[in-house]
Design a protein around this ligand. Structure first.
Ligand code: RUB
Length: 307
């Protein structure tokens, strides 16, 4: 169980962050546990695995990738202990492999939209969005990326570091400068924490303001999202819970103000009408097709699972 506690702590404290990464980390932790659990029988195995899944699930409430990854890993139906163990391990391996390939495929599909000399604006730090940028760069397109700082955790610094390693020219701006520079931008490309059944996007706070600016400037707004970022729960009418993180992330000494409450929502919702295209590993789709992705790629049964 130590491994589960450790992975959960890392996800909660954002040592492991980003919707894809936390999903893969959760699947890997469940796999490790399944391999190492010393239990008397299958009933005990089921109980320990269920407890671990619940612990991981509670770490970050918004990202559906986490619960989809856990559901896919925990879908084992076997009569005996050793077969159950094997199935969990295989499910986790399949998910991790599929997730990695999806990010690559999104890069290949999305980069077709990018032309030589395009300027791309991105927000926060998304491996799926960066995959499109990387593919375009590898194809020899001379692109420039404008990265937002992404307060309060400043994930923009991770993004400029990755762009630097790729050899892509970058500019960094504070979040509030987006409207000032949007007319220089050819495409906005962001990642996703959740895509809902109606095609709306939940992503790092500030994304929806960028989408508004992009719409006003007629700049195409693209989302890079693996299919496991789509939420079966939203088909069943559930709302997406927006994680509120600690006020200290915004203002360290906030307690010295007697009448102040600092709010720190980590994500926001961009309505589907502001999104031009969602780039998934199964194709570039209009947001209105999200329902079909949930139905055909993830399957209805996920909505009835522990997710
Ligand atoms: C990260 C964030 C990313 C998405 C997609 O938020 O909002 O845009 O998770 O990332 P946080 P990826 O830093 O709070 O986890 O494409 O890497 O899955």
């Amino acid at each position: 169980m130590d491994q589960i506690e450790e992975t959960s702590r890392k996800i909660r404290d954002m040592e492991i962050r980003g919707a894809g990464r936390i999903a893969r980390a959760a699947a890997a932790a469940l796999m490790e546990l399944a391999l190492s659990l010393e239990v008397a029988d299958k009933a005990q195995f089921d109980m320990e695995m269920g407890r671990a899944a619940d612990t991981l699930l509670k770490t970050r409430p918004t990202a559906i990738s986490l619960s989809n990854a856990i559901s896919m890993t925990m879908r084992y139906k076997a009569d005996d202990l050793e077969s159950s163990r094997r199935m969990v391990v295989q499910n986790a391996r399949d998910f991790i492999e599929r997730s990695g390939k999806a990010v690559e495929r999104i890069g290949e599909i999305g980069s077709k939209r990018i032309r030589n000399a395009d300027v791309i604006l991105t927000h926060c730090n998304s491996m799926a969005a960066l995959s499109i940028i990387k593919s375009a760069h590898m194809e020899g397109k001379d692109i420039k990326v404008i990265a937002t700082e992404s307060r309060p955790r400043r994930q923009g610094i991770l993004t400029i570091g990755m762009l630097d390693e790729m050899g892509v020219s970058a500019e960094m701006i504070v979040d509030s400068a987006v409207r000032s520079i949007i007319n220089e931008v050819d495409y906005v490309i962001v990642g996703a924490d959740v895509i809902t059944a109606n095609g709306s996007l939940v992503n790092k706070v500030g994304t929806s303001q960028i989408a508004l600016c992009a719409r006003e400037a007629r700049t195409p707004f693209l989302v890079a999202a693996e299919t496991y970022k789509f939420s079966p729960r939203t088909i069943m009418g559930e709302m997406v819970q927006i994680e509120e993180r600690s006020p200290e992330e915004v203002l360290v000494d906030h307690t010295r103000y007697r009448n102040l409450k600092v709010r720190n929502p980590a994500f926001d919702v961009t309505p589907h009408r502001y999104i031009d295209l969602i780039i998934t590993e199964v194709g570039a789709i209009p947001p209105e097709m999200s329902y079909l992705i949930i139905k055909e790629t993830l399957g209805w049964e996920l909505s009835g699972d522990r997710t």
